[in-house]
Design a protein around this ligand. Structure first.
Ligand code: BLA
Length: 510
């Protein structure tokens, strides 16, 4: 239950956040059995509906809601076309002559769940009007970065939160604030990285199914769902709920960050949780259901636009790869030795695969640039990489964890993208990346925003960052799938160029 329980970092992934048994008080909930008896109700349901008596478990729903409302709910159920569907009904009168409500209706197991909150009379129209210009605005973005920036700005404008971030996940579940729109008086979190535990595994899974959540008042006491314990000891599954009270651990985290309300919308790419629009407000903030629905719609459009932008990006990189091929061909065919073309290789590659240093080792000669290891250091790792397969690019974000001999230069070159570029003797092109913790900027100290100190300061972003710093010690930024793709085709190019040059040299000699 909600209380001052202290949590351990390793417990994060195990908390059953979909079955905590509480909702937020800006609405109420009823769950009905298939024979339309009340199975669960939030403790505030009777009050929100202005009923005289208490709601009892097992009571027929028709003694709680009016006939017309029940009919609407039944009809709406027909529109639920897959397991995780949630249908909305705006302005529904739930009791005869009573107030109107905005409702979310869904099924879980054999139960029908209706969640309702006071109807917002401004309704859809004004929010919907905003949608069309927003879509053309994101469609005009010419890169993923620009798209993210515009997305954050639009969501900020749409929802009026103090801070809207686009939080982008890396493949290891950690993440980075990739774009931000905020009120000027708040410190920027742009570029900050957070460890994977900050949005634990089960939360990331849930956020794929249920793409929208709001925590409207961090300091509000959540409303229990009754009965708290049933015969089967089965707590109501709130996975698809719109009112679900979130994990108390996360509440504590937000309190420590000084946040008053939080909202996040999933950004999905190819069936994976690619990122979140993460919104903070420094006071409580309740948004009408209609407005939340429009924001959700926007994020779906955003996800589609993102799909296309990522695809465009991949295509651009492929074109760039061809360009690199041509340029290299011209240079090397002109008689330049491979080791001497490192500056060119570096220059063209930098546009496709950002790196901090590079090396070429060809025909026994070593050349390097930037933060690459020196010749002696490189020769020390050579036997190990010679033992690896020649047929593909080797990508590692922590070479020193795999190779003892790489430890002496971990401070300069932690990650390596190794291109084997000939058969024997083994020649290589290597791109290097520095340790992430040296390159990641901790832009300011968000702890300044903390209003109170308590003994649970483990759960502050600062502590989180320290934990993250430890986990990524000796590790560079990862080589993304796209980067590894370009590297692979570039390896083929280099191999081809080199083989052709060798052929030419052989022909000249004979
Ligand atoms: C959920 N954690 C979340 C969510 C976000 C973050 C956005 C989604 C819920 C929401 O909308 O608020 C993380 N929020 C961030 C990050 C930034 C931000 C990284 O603004 C950066 C600026 N969280 C922890 C630790 C634990 C933890 C250490 O930091 C576990 C011990 C847990 N986070 C946690 C849990 C949830 C969560 C359990 C799920 C909350 C829920 O949906 O019930």
């Amino acid at each position: 239950s909600f209380g001052p329980k202290k949590y351990d970092l390793t417990e994060c992934d195990r908390e059953p956040i979909h079955k905590l048994g509480f909702i937020q008080g800006f609405g109420a909930l009823l769950a009905m059995t298939s024979d339309w008896l009340v199975a669960y109700h939030s403790a505030n349901a009777g009050e929100v509906l202005s009923l005289k008596g208490d709601i009892e478990v097992g009571q027929p729903i028709k003694s709680v809601l009016c006939e017309a409302a029940i009919k609407t709910i039944r009809d709406t159920l027909k529109d639920l076309n897959h397991d995780d569907s949630v249908e909305r009904v705006f302005g529904l009168e739930l009791t005869a002559g009573g107030a109107k409500f905005d409702c979310a209706i869904h099924c879980t197991g054999s139960l029908t769940v209706i969640e309702f909150e006071p109807h917002d009379p401004t309704s859809y129209a004004p929010h919907l009007d905003q949608l069309r210009p927003m879509i053309s605005e994101i469609e005009g973005a010419d890169s993923v970065e620009e798209l993210c920036k515009r997305g954050a700005t639009i969501v900020k404008r749409l929802l009026g939160f103090d801070r809207v971030m686009l939080y982008r996940f890396a493949s290891d579940g950690s993440g980075e604030v990739a774009a931000e729109a905020k009120e000027p008086q708040f410190e920027s979190f742009l570029g900050l990285h957070y460890p994977r535990t900050d949005v634990p595994e089960q939360a990331r899974e849930l956020y794929l199914r249920n793409r929208f959540r709001i925590i409207s008042d961090i300091n509000e006491t959540p409303v229990p769902i009754l009965p708290e314990i049933t015969f089967g000891d089965e707590t109501l599954d709130l996975s698809m709920s719109t009112l679900r009270a979130v994990s108390p651990i996360h509440i504590e985290y937000l309190q420590n960050m000084g946040v008053g309300a939080s909202l996040s919308i999933s950004i999905v790419h190819q069936g994976k949780l690619w990122g979140l629009f993460a919104c903070h407000h420094y006071g409580p903030r309740i948004l009408p259901f209609s407005q939340r629905t429009v924001a959700e719609l926007f994020s779906q459009m955003f996800s589609l636009t993102l799909d296309r932008a990522l695809l465009d990006g991949a295509n651009r990189l492929r074109l760039l790869g061809r360009e690199i091929h041509d340029q290299l061909m011209v240079r090397l065919a002109g008689g330049e030795a491979l080791v001497d073309s490192l500056p060119l290789i570096d220059e063209v590659l930098e546009r496709a695969i950002p790196h901090d240093g590079s090396s070429v080792f060809a025909e026994g000669i070593y050349r390097s640039r930037g933060s690459a290891p020196n010749e002696a250091e490189f020769r020390a790792i050579l036997p190990a990489i010679n033992a690896a397969p020649t047929s593909k690019v080797i990508a590692t974000d922590s070479l020193a964890a795999q190779l003892k001999s790489a430890r002496p230069f971990v401070d300069r070159a932690a990650g390596a993208l190794i291109f084997p570029i000939s058969r024997a003797p083994r020649d290589y092109l290597v791109l290097w990346r520095k340790e992430l913790r040296q390159t990641v900027t901790w832009a300011g100290n968000p702890e300044k925003a903390v209003a109170r100190e308590n003994d649970a300061d483990r759960l502050t972003p600062r502590k989180s960052f320290e934990a993250w710093e430890e986990t990524v010690s000796g590790q560079s930024a990862e080589w993304t799938e796209e980067e590894r793709g370009i590297a692979e085709s570039l390896r083929v190019t280099l191999l081809e160029v080199i083989l052709r040059l060798t052929d030419m040299a052989v022909q000249e000699r004979s």
